[in-house]
Design a protein around this ligand. Structure first.
Ligand code: DAK
Length: 258
């Protein structure tokens, strides 16, 4: 891998987009490497949480690579868009919980990767935007779909139609960032949150992630049915019995993740 660094720390996988000279701009190769890395992590049973971040202290990722896109025709653009969607869909659907550690600019395709993560933690210097209309295009990695689901249609339209950047505090007020922290505390905050989530029954966390994701796609009645089915599945696990027995015996649970 040339542009992606993968660090494994017990139950955590830290994926770093590492192309700092271009502010971690996302060309096809970067997207392919993100997809390959997430595909690898997806099958690592010991990994419970993925933290996605950018290298350097200036950018998470300053968007799709404009130097690449400038030469592309419609078909090449569509292919690139396919890669963006594949990366986002992987982040959204994978068994592990995904946390975006937003360490600076998260623009365009970079912002879209954060939107596909389960949780976004912003450093104080983080800036979010979908500036595609300033370049004559529209978001191509799910931005028009996911932003409104997170912050509401009205705010999403304003951000997408203006291309304006918002800072970390504004992102927090809109519910885009779960927390804002000083930049030197960003990774430790993400690690601490990741470890807390990893200490829970991880199969139950995955079922909960699946249920919440469903709520964005199906109506309430069918969503409730899905929740019942997934809860039924949770009742069939070792961890359900262990979690409840441990509570009653006033001891810590020993989860097996199934
Ligand atoms: N692409 C390529 N290079 C970039 C880049 C980018 N997105 N962002 C920054 N760089 C490069 C700069 O060209 C510069 O390179 P050198 O000149 O040093 O070689 C280096 O990174 C440092 O950038 P600056 O000198 O500009 O740094 P500043 O601190 O002055 O400014 C900035 C930082 C983040 C405000 C500025 O760099 C900036 O505005 N960058 C571009 C932001 C942006 O517009 N991003 C693209 C959003 S559009 C689709 C698929 C995907 C997408 C859409 C459609 N399909 C195919 C349909 C997604 C689109 C987007 O992401």
């Amino acid at each position: 891998m040339e542009f992606i660094k993968l660090t494994l720390e017990e139950e955590l996988a830290i994926v770093t987009i590492d192309r700092p000279k271009s502010l971690n701009a996302l060309n096809s190769q970067v997207y392919q490497e993100i997809i390959a890395t997430l595909g690898q992590i997806k099958d690592m049973d010991e990994i419970k949480v993925v933290i996605l971040t950018g290298s350097g202290d200036k950018a998470f990722a300053a968007g799709a690579d404009i130097a690449q896109m400038v030469h592309e025709d419609a078909m090449a653009g569509r292919r690139l868009s396919g890669l963006c969607h594949d990366a986002a869909n992987l982040l959204e659907g994978m068994r592990q919980v995904t946390i975006a550690a937003v360490n600076g600019f998260a623009l365009g395709g970079g912002c879209e990767l954060t939107l596909a993560c389960d949780i976004r933690i912003a450093a104080e210097n983080a800036r979010f935007a979908l500036p595609e209309v300033t370049l004559g295009i529209i978001p191509g990695g799910g931005g028009t779909q996911r932003l409104s689901r997170i912050i509401g249609v009205g705010r999403a339209k304003e951000l997408i139609f203006t291309g304006d950047q918002i800072d970390a505090q504004e992102a927090y007020r809109m519910g885009l960032a779960n927390h804002v922290v000083p930049k030197e505390e960003l990774m430790d905050t993400c690690r601490a949150l990741g470890k807390k989530i990893a200490s829970r029954a991880s199969y139950a966390v995955f079922l909960a992630k699946t249920a919440v994701n469903s709520s964005l796609e199906i109506d309430l009645k069918n969503g409730a049915e899905r929740e019942k089915d997934l809860l039924g599945l949770a009742f069939a696990t070792h961890d359900k019995r262990e979690g409840m027995e441990a509570f009653l015996a006033r001891r810590a649970p020993d989860f097996k993740d199934f």
